[in-house]
Design a protein around this ligand. Structure first.
Ligand SMILES: Nc1ncnc2c1ncn2[C@@H]1O[C@H](COP(=O)(O)OP(=O)(O)OP(=O)(O)O)[C@@H](O)[C@H]1O
Length: 251
């Protein structure tokens, strides 16, 4: 991958309303190329809505999204070609095996022959080759995340957008995913992920943005944002810890 200074993802004034509710409220954000970038925020903060707009799955009400310099509305094909996505709730063809899904993806995207080697590598590194005849319908949560990641990476995108890649998976699967993403970023790729798993974000991300009510509360390197403490502490401070009340009948 060639080095570039064009932001991997650039958001300006990005806004999305659902009825009266503003889910994403004029977000400006620039994700430098070749970084591991985390979007953090409490439930309902607007993380998935923001990522869905970056991924071209949801149209913004106003504002712009650029991926690898391409405007996702005006240069949609180029932008989508530069992107690999793994989103919560996106359905997978359940009656295929992992290898069949990668072949299906390659044909759909019209990839040249090199995809076969990449598919074999991805299935092996993610340990999905151990269940070659298992259909996706029978995959565990961790396996579903892993095949989703393999699909996202197969065409060698410059930017990966991942919604909650570490949610609800065991530490072994998490490590396999983390290792693969690390190699991808070391090779010049950019990962933009959302997560609630603070220790993972603290360990792997270089920069983070903390969002709440559709706005960016703070943004910077993990060191800047955690300011000598942990990201978890910053999160609780800025988002506000839920009030605790004694419940007598639990005693
Ligand atoms: N399709 C929709 N229709 C109506 N409201 C929506 C829709 N999608 C999201 N919202 C609302 O927009 C807000 C932001 O939702 P979003 O899913 O982006 O948050 P999130 O930060 O990803 O939350 P979580 O961590 O729980 O996944 C929430 O109040 C949510 O209820």
């Amino acid at each position: 991958m060639t080095a570039t200074t064009t932001p991997a993802v650039e958001l300006s004034g990005l806004t999305k309303r659902f009825g009266e509710h503003i889910a994403v409220d004029s977000i400006d954000l620039s994700v430098p190329p070749g970084t591991f970038y985390g979007i953090l925020g409490p439930n309902g903060a607007g993380k998935s809505t923001t990522l869905a707009m970056i991924a071209g799955l949801l149209a913004p009400d106003s504002g712009d999204v650029r991926v690898a310099g391409f405007d996702t509305t005006r240069q949609r094909e180029d932008a989508l070609g530069a992107l690999g996505i793994m989103m919560e709730g996106l359905s997978l063809p359940e009656r295929l095996t992992g290898a069949e899904l990668l072949e299906y993806t390659a044909r759909l995207r019209g990839l040249d022959r090199g995809w076969r080697l990449r598919a074999t590598d991805l299935l092996e590194v993610l340990e999905l080759d151990r269940a070659p005849s298992t259909l996706i319908v029978d995959y565990s949560t961790g396996m579903r995340k892993k095949i989703g990641l393999a699909v996202a990476l197969l065409h060698r995108p410059r930017v990966l957008v991942l919604d909650e890649p570490f949610e609800a998976i065991d530490p072994v699967s998490a490590r396999a995913i983390e290792g693969l993403l690390r190699q991808y970023v070391d090779g010049g790729g950019t990962v933009l992920l959302s997560s609630h798993v603070m220790d993972v974000v603290q360990r792997i991300c270089e920069r983070v943005a903390l969002i709440k009510d559709g706005r960016v509360l703070t943004e910077g390197t993990v060191e800047e944002v955690s300011a000598g403490g942990t990201l978890n502490e910053t999160f609780l401070q800025l988002v506000g810890a839920a009030p605790q009340r004694e419940i007598g009948w639990l005693a």
